[in-house]
Design a protein around this ligand. Sequence first.
Ligand SMILES: *Cc1c(COP(=O)(O)O)cnc(C)c1O
Length: 385
Amino acid sequence: MRVGNAIYMDYQSTTPLDPEVRAAMLPYMEDRFGNPHSSSHRFGWEAEAAVDVGRGRVAQLLDVDPANLYFTAGATESNNIAIKGLALGRRGRMITLATEHSCVLESTRASKQFGSEPLILPVEQDGLINLGQLEDALTEDTVAVSVMAVNNEIGVIQPIKQIAALTKSRGIWLHCDAAQAYGKIHVTDLAKHADLISLSGHKIYGPKGIGALYVAPEAKRQMGVLMSGGGQEGMLRSGTLAPALCAGFGQAALLAEGQVEAEMARAQRHFDQLMAGFEAMGVPYQLNGHADTRLKSNLNLSIEGHDSARLMANLRRLAVSSGAACASAKEGPSYVLEALGVPAALAEASLRIGTGRFTDDAQVDDALGYLEDALTKSRRKSWSK
Ligand SMILES: *Cc1c(COP(=O)(O)O)cnc(C)c1O
């Protein structure tokens, strides 16, 4: 994606709206403005129909019954409703990993106020979960385990099936933040393993401000409710739905369904192109996170002897990230890289390059050129100090 003279390679923080998604949304921002919960006239009915179609499409990509899929304001809200909802339902241990998205970590920590016992497990150096350690942590009073499918900073893919093999037999709920997996890898098996799954619209070329939470009926019966009101979304999340957002999210899911294979092939090609480019530059770098068990559209690397803030200042025409967008607001190196045991100097020299649907080979070539220039400039600056 090029806008003006800038190339966008930060697809983990958000994705541009697909033109087909925009087209699906527009009618609901114009004449079809009805409240989807108004049941007495056609304005309400047509808005409700848009919500139903959107829900069906979002559910189909996950291969779940739309009746068990609830719209939310985004994956942050889904994760809060899931984790705090389970904690409200029953007191006990709430387990998650140190590399989870901040909203999962904070919700798990906050569950303490409901009497829960939060436990945050470390990960291996490659970012993957240590299954033995998880098994040891599963006590009789453990309520839930929350592990993401794909990490937003380093792209590693966690073994949800193997985790479920440990939780299911013990009657422990498994929640999975799939915001970075949905639409990017095949997720049609995910609901066979995870009892609750969080999704986000804007990570799959849909609109911002909408997400979804899949909840297996047995889990839902044991959950407490955070958002009280009119009882919309199966009592889990009251409030008037936004039909335009529901329609857009649905259209984005429909588009993604036919493109997963092509996206994976494109991501692999650009990953190889970027790695070859860094090799050719001759800069010493390390790839953060497991080299193969990862999403290839995410290239997180640390470049020795560089400071990512200074590098970024010299990268005016390339939008990449020096960590998660949500964590970038905070000071200091990424807690995810820290959890991998990446030394502070290398964590502060990290760069996340994210490719996506609108990335082409020429953009990758240009991006490598901009990176080489910026690396030369920021090196000069550090020498002149
Ligand atoms: C983006 C993201 C979130 C937050 O999603 P929003 O819809 O922006 O609230 C949560 N988890 C992961 C893994 C993400 O990538």
